[in-house]
Design a protein around this ligand. Structure first.
Ligand code: NAP
Length: 251
């Protein structure tokens, strides 16, 4: 029996670990050929590729630093050269630095914060711009944000929140721009996950978990399921939407 994403080509940024790897696996299970990026975890990227290929689906990993905007067109060219087109873009790659440090911190690592803005905001825009040239009709753009993209619930996250809020608004603009080509653009707001990116301080983590309706962290697979729904034919009339998958942070 044909799977819902058979014949589709997906690109997931940051697919070597965490939510990105879970999304790569689920897209492949649904029948898509999947390309993904990483920046430093070559071995982990190869493990994900091997796992997906082992289940009979096509997968390829590209090392591509999202903080370097000039890389984006070549990345998209590489995906098209490898798989012959592009249908689904999942903007997942991001970093989180400086969490817990307030904006008046005299010891702030501004170079690291600048790299976060480049990776999480400018880099996402560059990939969307490049992908939008080649996405086929019926295409999907899904941007992974955070509950902190719409609500700053704790001190010490101003820069990270700003990057996520920025890509959320950009994705809404993309939905307006590409809708006439039958391409949807949506946001998934993830929540605290058992993966690489976590608040450094256990007390902050405890406070954040207790602010959630579900009172627990999420599994990457639970957020991947929301992403893959938006990538699926079932979501053909959903665009410009924000799907909250953060355990009830805003409830
Ligand atoms: N974890 C959470 O609690 C949480 C909560 C809300 C939202 N989110 C969002 O969910 C998404 C995934 O988070 P995660 O926790 O799964 O992250 P993660 O485990 O830290 O993985 C990040 C992924 O992004 C890649 N990456 C980082 N910088 C990159 C760059 N400059 N160029 C290309 N790839 C880069 C990493 O590649 P390498 O392996 O090569 O470093 C890795 O594949 C992010 O958008 C994040 O903002 C996470």
């Amino acid at each position: 029996m044909s799977k819902p994403l058979t014949g589709k080509v997906a690109l997931v940024t940051g697919g070597s670990r965490g939510l990105g790897a879970a999304t790569v696996r689920l897209l492949a299970e649904q029948g898509a050929d999947v390309a993904f990026t990483y920046v430093s975890s070559e071995n982990q990227a190869q493990t994900v590729v091997d796992e997906v290929r082992g289940k009979g689906t096509k997968a390829v990993a590209f090392k591509s630093d999202q903080a370097d905007m000039s890389r984006a067109p070549a990345l998209i060219d590489d995906v098209v050269a490898h798989f012959g087109g592009l249908d689904i873009l999942v903007n997942n790659a991001a970093i989180s630095v400086g969490q817990g440090r307030t904006v008046d911190d005299p010891d702030a690592d501004t170079a690291a914060l600048d790299r976060m803005h480049a990776t999480n905001y400018l880099g996402v825009i560059a990939v969307i711009r490049a992908a939008s040239r080649v996405l086929r009709a019926g295409g999907r753009i899904i941007t992974v944000s955070s509950g902190l993209g719409s609500r700053v619930g704790t001190p010490g996250v101003a820069d990270y929140s700003a990057t996520k809020s920025g890509v959320e608004r950009y994705t809404m603009g993309v939905a307006r721009d590409l809708g006439p080509r039958d391409i949807t653009a949506n946001v998934v707001e993830a929540g605290l996950m058992e993966s690489g990116m976590q608040p450094p301080n256990p007390e902050t983590l405890k406070a954040l978990v207790s602010s959630l309706s579900l009172q627990r962290m999420g599994h990457p697979e639970e957020i991947a399921a929301a992403i893959v729904f938006l990538a699926s034919p079932a979501a053909s009339y959903v665009t410009g939407a924000v799907l909250d998958a953060h355990g009830g942070y805003n409830a």
